[in-house]
Design a protein around this ligand. Structure first.
Ligand SMILES: [Zn+2]
Length: 257
């Protein structure tokens, strides 16, 4: 059996783009380790959800544990870096923000986990972090370096399939009616760069349960939780990756665990 390590920026990122492959790997008997870089302390939270004196970071750690359990993760490793906030905000400049920490030092910490776990496959993000969030870009940098340090060769960049997003938007009557569709040109990777397309339709309910676990992030998840099964499967039933270091034209339907 293999060991899959998924490296993510914030609590909840594990669900959208890797929740299916995590559940699939766990169900197949592989060991799955989730490493989350930041505490997510700058996420938005609906009024009244936190108890008096309770910090968002503390609540999100509990949510992360519950989400990980829903996905069959065996071990969660929070690295407790400071959330850098959305691109362009003042929080980006804080010296302790994850986006500003020394890549070599952070990579050393992740490499220790990879070595101790004897990781076979690691997931990170593409160089734009999917959508330009400074913490996601830093996950790419730190992840690339850590896998070099630990000698892990099977490295996958979890990515949004930009062309799939465009097709979904084009097929949605709300947007073809003339309303302004979201601009996805800076999002994810074009389809021709994706090497690995994993059908996770059978794990959509586990992903939904993991979304529910992140109750403070309902602002992000809420609209998806309302979706009927068929639409949820269309939105979350496939996960896409670009495997690093493989020849052009590589085409896989599973992570090489
Ligand atoms: Zn994130």
């Amino acid at each position: 059996m293999g060991v899959l390590v998924c490296f993510h920026a914030h609590p909840d990122d594990e669900v959208f783009i890797t929740g299916g492959v995590i559940r699939q790997a766990s169900d197949a008997g592989h060991r799955v380790v989730l490493v989350t870089a930041t505490d997510g302390a700058l996420g938005e939270v609906p009024d009244g959800l936190l108890a008096p004196g309770e910090s968002l970071a503390r609540r999100r750690l509990a949510e992360l544990e519950a989400s990980a359990a829903a996905l069959g993760v065996h071990r969660v490793v929070p690295l407790h870096y400071r959330d850098s906030g959305m691109a362009g905000t003042d929080d980006n400049t804080h010296p302790d923000a994850f986006c500003n920490v020394d890549v070599e030092v952070a990579a050393g910490r992740l490499a220790e986990v990879l070595t101790a776990e004897n990781a076979d496959v690691v997931t990170i993000y593409d160089e734009n972090g999917g959508y330009g969030h400074p913490d996601h870009i830093q996950v790419h940098r730190v992840g690339v370096r850590a896998t070099e340090l630990a000698g892990v060769e099977r490295v996958y960049e979890a990515a949004v399939n930009r062309d799939h997003m465009k097709r979904m938007i084009a097929a949605n009557p709300a947007w073809s009616d003339g309303a302004q569709p979201p601009d996805v040109d800076a999002l994810g990777l074009p389809e021709d760069q994706i090497t690995t397309v994993v059908d996770v339709t059978g794990h959509v309910e586990a992903k939904r349960a993991a979304m529910v676990a992140h109750a403070t992030q309902v602002g992000d998840f809420g609209p998806f939780l309302e979706l009927p099964g068929k639409l949820l499967a269309a939105a979350f039933g496939t996960e896409w990756f670009r495997r690093r270091g493989v020849p052009d034209g590589t085409s896989e339907s599973a992570l090489a665990l």
